[in-house]
Design a protein around this ligand. Structure first.
Ligand code: MRU
Length: 414
């Protein structure tokens, strides 16, 4: 099983190699798609072969780097994309147009927008392709490495915050958490955001379960430990069942997949008390309102009803320091057929095993209709959770909670 969404070989800085895991084929098939151009980056982002706000930004940035490198190589043919390589000003202008096109691939997640803003500055500062190539290479490496470091920090920040909070509340014992969509290694450069916190909580549980001689440090002295995770299936694209479930199985973290419609009943009936929900973010605006996968708002409302803490976990690259409230967020609408049809690996009805092609032995993917083809559907990819429903925003710089006036003070993140 591969948990690497992006393979980036940087051993030859002037000739990098980039491959993206086709997440539409998971969890049964592991196949990587090579990226050579901005068009390749646009395509894998638009079709959701790669997804998750940080991963989208990384792949978008890498696609600009590969295109800049291709422009300098012998395999570049003049007719491609109308670059006039004899004139730097025209190259610069054309590149900026291509970058704007890339940004149109998915509008809600702010991470790609933030990276493109940085890339535009690098393009503006450079006087030659080679100089731009060097700057872009350094920028991309830093983006990827920093994302991983941030995720590890957020994981530990979130885990210790929850454990200390439970201790203050006087809770001791085993507990479960909820999560939606996928926010793990496949959505980032590794470890994950919300799933990173769950990974850190699980590490702490493992240390606590071992004999007292364990050398690894506990995250907190509290006597509570995570013993179960409930990932939501996350309709209609099923990032929870395809990706989060895959990551939890990979890490051997005890988990039970639940449908999006069973949250309240699960909380009410679970023998292991559910103590928190951790979700990622595609955009957090100045007042803390958060765009994330459709269903997140509903999860937050249910958590509030049951007095369960609801946390958003995201790096600073997911902060939109310009938009004041959630009303200013443009929510991406997806194609109706992503809702009316389910795409997956074909399963033999008798054996219940995946079907392989007789000639190639490859697994067969299948689309199955689950609604009348002409029914009108509403298919927003995201929703916006108002800050009133959010108990904490976990970042690499610490955990932000609301003051007595019930507002977040996020200014230091902008
Ligand atoms: O449509 P997707 O799969 O790109 O949506 C992903 C999410 O909503 C994630 O929760 C979010 O991007 C955070 S990923 C660390």
């Amino acid at each position: 099983m591969s948990l690497e969404a992006i393979k980036f070989d940087r051993s030859e800085p002037r000739h990098v190699s980039v491959k993206v895991l086709d997440q539409l084929l998971l969890p049964y098939t592991t196949k990587y798609i090579p990226i050579y151009t901005i068009d390749d980056g646009y395509s894998v982002i638009k079709t959701m072969q790669v997804r998750g706000a940080p991963a989208i930004a990384i792949v978008g940035t890498l696609s600009v780097l590969t295109e800049v490198q291709l422009l300098q190589s012998e395999s570049y043919t003049k007719s491609q994309w109308f670059y006039d390589l004899t004139n730097w000003e025209s190259v610069r202008e054309r590149l900026l147009q291509r970058i704007d096109y890339l940004l149109s691939s998915r509008p809600t997640a702010v991470n790609l927008y933030n990276s493109i803003k940085d890339i535009r500055i690098l393009v503006g500062e450079s006087q030659r392709l080679q100089a731009l190539d060097e700057k872009l290479f350094a920028y991309t490496c830093q983006l990827i490495d920093q994302d991983l470091l941030n995720n590890m920090k957020m994981g530990d920040n979130g885990a210790s915050f929850l454990l200390n909070d439970l201790q203050e509340e006087g809770f001791e014992g085993d507990f479960a958490v909820l999560t939606i969509c996928n926010t793990g290694s496949l959505a980032t450069s590794g470890y994950g955001t919300a799933l990173g916190v769950i990974r850190s909580l699980w590490k702490d549980s493992m240390v606590k379960s071992k004999s007292s001689g364990s050398k690894k440090a506990k995250i907190s002295n509290s006597n509570s430990k995570l013993t179960h995770v409930f990932p939501l299936e996350t309709r209609p694209y099923n990032q929870g069942s395809r990706l989060t479930a895959y990551e939890l199985v990979h890490d051997q973290i005890p988990a039970t997949l639940i449908t999006d419609s069973s949250i309240a009943y699960k909380i009410k009936t679970s023998p292991i008390p559910v103590k928190a929900a951790f979700v990622g973010a595609d955009r957090i605006v100045r007042n803390g309102d958060t765009a994330n996968k459709i269903g997140t708002f509903q999860l937050a409302v249910i958590c509030k009803q049951f007095g369960i803490k609801f946390f958003v976990v995201a790096p600073k690259t997911t902060i939109d320091g310009v938009t004041e409230t959630g009303d200013g967020i443009i929510v991406e609408q997806r194609k109706p057929n992503e809702f009316r049809l389910v795409t997956g690996t074909a399963i033999d009805p008798e054996t219940e095993l995946p079907i392989r092609s007789k000639n190639t032995n490859e697994l067969q993917s299948a689309k199955v209709g689950i609604a009348p083809p002409d029914i009108d559907v509403w298919n927003p990819s995201f929703d916006v959770t108002p800050h009133e429903f959010i108990d904490g925003i976990i970042t690499e710089e610490g955990v932000f909670t609301k003051g007595s006036d019930q507002t977040f003070k996020l200014d230091s993140l902008f």
